[in-house]
Write a protein that binds this ligand. Structure first.
Ligand code: NAD
Length: 325
């Protein structure tokens, strides 16, 4: 069965990319993942992410860096790629403040390299994984796609905004159809280990203190990974020109309440260490998803309570496997 053609997923061994790869294979695509298994978190975790699909006849894994001259282009040519989902990036706000040059290199130079390879090979469609961080400390809520995004407050946010800009340039020059999707804090099974939900769960399960930055009133709009995957697929199908769409749960949860919800599910009393707010962290994220609803017929289907149930079920299974292994 090859209902859809061949897709290249950069960063496909990561959290979101591995879920997307599984789903696209299930839907009949031929999936080529390009990933350099960087050291941002344990590469063994990323290998595990792909375990289910590694031997599938419509799946191929290529270990390479998007910045390697000619690497992406050669792959697009050899695999006759029809569409690209570009998720490879250095993620995370705080580490981007520690190493901004690396973030600029991977997220900006790397994104340009992917777009240039698409231009040279005539790829017609691309989805770019952008981020709610581009909104900075936007006071107007919820955040809409036409709000000003000229005030990013971390190098990571600035590279994501820059990525959207260079996507627009390539759309203008080559008419490639592009969807820049602004993901709002994504969670679910296989979430990146350093992100709040998984980090808190791990520390609580080990009986260690968790660090709460700020007074606990900061708010995030959490989005379950299956909803993000659904939004990526719809955007890939429906993008006609150049688009920016928010993909978010469109409900906010305070940090305090998030900690309480995780603790309740793990049956523990959390030991919370209060620390000052961190530079680069925004006070609140909240997605206006009207545009994605109108253009993509998309709406989130998993709320935070059901999503955390599914996350903790996965987390428990993982912990058991680790202990018995
Ligand atoms: P992730 O770190 O799990 O996945 C990124 C993958 O890219 C990793 O497997 C990594 O090895 C790979 N990679 C990094 N640099 C590379 C390079 N130079 N060449 C090839 N591969 C490289 O992160 P994720 O949470 O799955 O995020 C995926 C994308 O979505 C990223 O672009 C991220 O910025 C964006 N995003 C994520 C979230 C979220 O909440 N998870 C929110 C907004 C945006």
């Amino acid at each position: 069965m090859q209902a859809h053609g061949s897709v290249l997923i950069t960063g496909g061994a990561g959290f979101i990319g591995s879920h997307l790869s599984e789903r696209m294979i299930a839907e009949g695509w031929r999936v080529v993942v390009l990933d350099n298994f960087d050291e941002f978190y344990d590469p063994a975790v990323k290998r595990e992410n792909l375990r289910e699909i590694l031997g599938h006849p419509r799946f191929r894994l290529v270990e390479a860096d998007i910045r390697e001259p000619g690497a992406v282009e050669a792959l697009i040519a050899a695999e006759r790629i029809d569409a690209v989902v570009h998720l490879a990036a250095r993620a995370g706000v705080r580490p981007s403040i520690a190493d901004p040059l690396l973030y600029a290199s991977v997220n900006l130079v790397g994104t340009t390299a992917v777009l240039e390879a698409c231009r040279r090979q005539g790829v017609g469609r691309l989805v770019f994984g952008s981020s709610s961080s581009v909104y900075g400390n936007n006071r107007k809520v919820p955040f809409a796609e036409d709000d000003p995004v000229d005030n990013p407050i971390s190098p990571y946010a600035a590279t994501k905004k820059a990525g959207e800009l260079i996507c627009h340039t390539y759309h203008h020059l080559t008419e490639i159809r592009v969807a820049c999707l602004r993901f709002f804090t994504v969670y679910g099974p296989r979430q990146r280990p350093e992100m709040a939900i998984q980090r808190f769960a791990r520390l609580m399960a080990e009986g260690r203190p968790i660090q709460q930055f700020g007074d606990g009133t900061t708010e995030r709009d959490y989005t379950f990974v299956d909803d993000i995957v659904d939004g990526i697929l719809r955007a890939l199908e429906r993008a006609e020109t150049f688009h920016i769409w928010n993909l978010g749960g469109s409900r906010t949860v305070t940090l305090k309440s998030l900690i309480a919800k995780i603790a309740e599910r793990l049956g523990v009393e959390p030991n919370v260490e209060c620390l000052p707010a961190q530079p680069g962290d925004v006070d609140r994220t909240w997605a206006d998803i009207g545009l994605a609803a109108r253009d993509l017929d998309w709406a989130p289907t998993v709320d935070i309570d059901r999503g955390l149930d599914r996350f903790t079920a996965w987390f428990r299974r993982q912990s058991l496997v680790r202990r018995s292994g």
